[in-house]
Ligand binder design. Structure first.
Ligand code: FDA
Length: 315
């Protein structure tokens, strides 16, 4: 409950335009702790640097202000260019995409795909290009009104491109997620399990952290037991330890799952797991629209607010 109140307070304050302007002008260096940079080059360089520690990358072009089909198309074009750039740099592209940023909820007007959802049409281009390069696209999960449509579009994309090239995310704070996982089982899908990062009403999301953590474990264990590939996306050492034990106890091979963490968070733990032979992937955000992503990371942990305030006072 206190976690929720803290998160809400930080997200409310950080959502004020003057606060954003201040942090944007004085805090862009601080954002470098969580964001690789503003351009594709910095994202590709971050993947290369992490590879030195045996850590894989998952690139995320930030962009949460897509409000028209034109900007959605432009954003999708930038994701395609990212895939091309990663491939050209000799990397097997692995990217995450928010369907809202490529037009989910907007309608294609004319031409190919006329009348269809623009998010799905864009995702087809993106997953198709990733498949050409032997790559992978994970459809990030956003706030709860988008879950139904995202899961339906995920199902369509798996059918068209195969589960080796597209995955999605379930959030353990949502009451519905265990049923959603069961409902996807026929696809044997590649799923990333997260706790959930959005401000959600108590009617749809568990307010208590202990319940969210327990649901997280249940989701991961159920997906592993069903023989599906699981992306265990958390920095929670207790959960990570339990997943290690569960895999050992149930004879689940190390290549049947991976640990995922965010760029700049618990790098020590990322290195340690990779050194112990686990597959580890860092989620690497980059792009000009770093502010909302940065705010969510700050809202997750009180110590991060002090980190920002101290950094800004230092100038
Ligand atoms: P929890 O919040 O319990 O934190 C456990 C420990 O991790 C903390 O005690 C601290 O040590 C460390 N930690 C966590 N956050 C930190 C921070 N910001 N700064 C410093 N330390 C921190 N969400 C979503 O809704 N949709 C999505 O698609 C995704 N995708 C995604 C991908 C990947 C790879 C990750 C790791 C996370 C996401 N998330 C997400 C975010 C997720 O829902 C959640 O908000 C964060 O992962 C934080 O929760 P933890 O599981 O780390 O646990």
């Amino acid at each position: 409950m206190i976690d929720q109140m803290y998160r809400k307070a930080v997200l409310t304050v950080s959502g004020q335009k003057p606060v954003e302007a201040l942090v944007r002008s004085r805090g862009s260096n601080l954002a470098r702790r969580f964001v690789a940079g503003e351009d594709v080059g910095s994202a590709i360089a971050a993947v290369r640097e992490l590879a030195g520690d045996g850590i894989l990358g998952n690139l995320d072009l930030l962009g949460e202000f897509v409000t028209s089909p034109e900007t959605a198309n432009e954003f999708a074009g930038n994701v395609l260019r990212l895939l091309d750039a990663a491939h050209a740099a000799g990397q097997k592209p692995y990217v995450s995409v928010k369907l809202s940023s490529v037009g989910q909820g907007m309608t294609v007007q004319g031409g190919e795909g006329n009348g269809q959802d623009l998010g799905l049409t864009s995702a087809r281009r993106i997953v198709g290009r990733a498949r050409e390069y032997g790559g992978f696209v994970c459809l990030d999960m956003e706030d709860h009104p988008r879950v139904d449509v995202t899961l339906a579009q995920f199902r369509t994309l798996v059918g068209e491109f195969g589960r080796e090239h597209v995955g999605t995310v379930l959030q353990s704070y949502l009451y519905r997620s265990e049923a959603d996982r069961d409902g996807l089982d026929d696809l044997r899908p590649n799923l990333r399990i997260v706790k959930g990062a959005y401000l959600e009403p108590e009617t749809v999301a568990m307010p208590n952290k202990a319940d969210v953590d327990a649901a997280y474990r249940r989701l991961v264990f159920a997906h592993m037991k069903a023989g599906n590939y699981v992306n265990v996306a958390t920095h929670d050492e207790g959960i990570i330890g339990d997943v290690e034990h569960f895999a050992l106890a149930h004879g689940i091979a190390r290549d049947a799952f991976e640990f995922q963490m965010l760029y700049g968070i618990r790098r020590d733990l990322q290195r340690d797991l990779a050194a112990r032979g686990y597959r580890v992937r860092a989620y690497i955000p980059y792009g000009y629209d770093w502010y909302p992503y940065f705010s969510r990371r700050i809202a997750e942990r009180p110590a991060n607010v002090m980190f920002v305030l101290r950094g800004m006072l230092r100038g």
